[in-house]
Design a binder for this molecule. Structure first.
Ligand code: PLP
Length: 401
């Protein structure tokens, strides 16, 4: 005992340390070549034409909502089983999230429910790849185009997930990734908007930078090597003169990503396949040990998809005499007492105190999401987790059941 197995832990090493050091030495801590390089690496990896690095996933979602001109009175069909930011980004602009229930097996938004919820004021569908498991982008895309709606992908948990032969993040009008330390790739705090639309990319870039004019062709700026490039030393941005810097052509924010964060991101993207491979291996270790365990449902990839494994979330089976929520509570407490960090995400957004108060949602409004949420157990999961640690967690879990 004594040692705690964390719920998550970033995989950072010498590559990240050296990159950050180079930024510090270069003296260029903002608006430099690393953000541009990070953008290029992510765009190429995902297969999208444009990308804009931002300060968080939430900031990225906010910019996409604004770029799509979704505003007061507009409705957006979205999922209640998600991290609260996927819905808050609509409230920032006084749009109304219209929640619909989720599929019981994937925990993702149910396309049939989406279609039924579309009305006169509906402007967009915002779907989430929950825990890295792809939403049904084929059907969601078809529904969006049949009804003339925008499609927004909250792929904040899904960098590297694939639906068919395409990456999550390449299906909608725009998608957002996040780089908080528990995500597949981290920059400490950070996010990225990806899109094939030049218009959306330029708007996001401008709004992220205080409404300044977007530099043209930013996503195709020349590649830089890790290290202080001549371009970085020259400080090109100041050379462009104060004119552009002091002119604000639209309402903007400071949602930029710093060069320190971007340097970490560049290092992470240089080994992204390895990072994803390690996570997949940990998921397989869990599955081997838990798939036959009575009372527990292990996560299953939807046929034709390849999840990038953000978290490893099992569900307690329904149908025991005791309510799942209280069985789950005892299980979480038991795991924690044995030095195993665990969690019960997600609590459905509509039942979060703020949403319930503001919009009058009640228990029972979205039964599948609520039932799912009462049974989830997120187990420790990170790229460098050892097989022995997985073994320990599974043994304790078995004992507690
Ligand atoms: C992580 C995450 C976000 C964005 O989070 P930030 O902390 O703002 O980077 C948005 N939606 C979902 C579903 C997430 O998991």
């Amino acid at each position: 005992m004594g040692r705690v197995i964390p719920l998550s832990r970033p995989s950072v090493g010498s590559l990240e340390r050296e990159a950050v050091e180079r930024v510090l030495v270069s003296g260029r801590l903002a608006l430099g070549p690393y953000a541009a390089e990070f953008e290029k690496l992510v765009a190429r990896f995902v297969g999208c034409r444009h990308s804009v690095a931002v300060s968080s996933g939430t900031a990225g979602l906010h910019l996409v909502v604004r770029a799509l001109r979704i505003g007061a009175g507009d409705e957006v069909v979205t999922t209640p089983f998600s991290f609260v930011a996927s819905s808050n980004c609509l409230l920032f602009e006084r749009a109304r999230p219209v929640f619909v229930d989720v599929e019981p097996d994937t925990m993702n938004i149910d396309p049939e429910m989406v279609e039924a919820a579309i009305g006169r004021r509906t402007r967009a569908i915002l779907a989430v790849d929950v825990f890295g498991h792809p939403a049904d982008w084929a059907r969601l895309g078809a529904i969006a185009s049949r009804h003339g709606l925008s499609l927004v992908e909250d792929s904040c948990e899904a960098l590297g997930s694939a639906f068919g032969d395409r990456m999550c993040g390449s299906f909608g009008d725009a998608a957002v990734y996040a780089f908080y330390p528990n995500k597949q790739v981290t920059t400490g705090e950070g996010g990225m908007v990806v899109t094939n639309s030049q218009r959306i990319a330029s708007l996001c870039r401008s709004m992220a930078n205080q409404g300044r004019r977007p530099e043209r062709g930013t996503s195709s700026r020349p590649s830089v090597r890790i290290g202080p490039s001549p371009e970085a030393r020259l400080g090109r941005n100041e050379e462009r003169g104060a004119g552009a810097w002091l002119e604000h052509v639209r309402l903007g924010y400071n949602y930029r990503m710093s060069e320190l964060s971007a340097a970490v991101g560049v290092a992470q993207m240089r080994r992204v396949r390895r990072l994803l491979g390690l996570r997949k291996r940990v998921a397989r270790w869990y599955e081997e040990r838990l798939r036959e365990l009575p009372g527990v449902l292990v996560p299953q990839a939807r046929p034709g998809t390849e999840p990038a494994w953000f978290a490893y979330v099992v569900r307690l089976e329904d149908g025991s005499s005791r309510p799942a929520a209280s069985r789950r509570h005892r299980l979480l407490e038991g795991l924690r007492a044995r030095g195993i960090e665990c969690s019960d995400y997600f609590r459905p957004i509509h039942l979060q105190p703020f949403y319930a108060r503001e919009f009058g949602y009640r228990r029972g409004d979205f039964p599948v999401a609520e039932s799912t949420a009462s049974r989830t157990v997120a187990l420790p999961f990170y790229a460098e987790m050892s097989e022995a640690a997985v073994d320990f967690v599974c043994r304790q879990l078995r004992r507690l059941l």
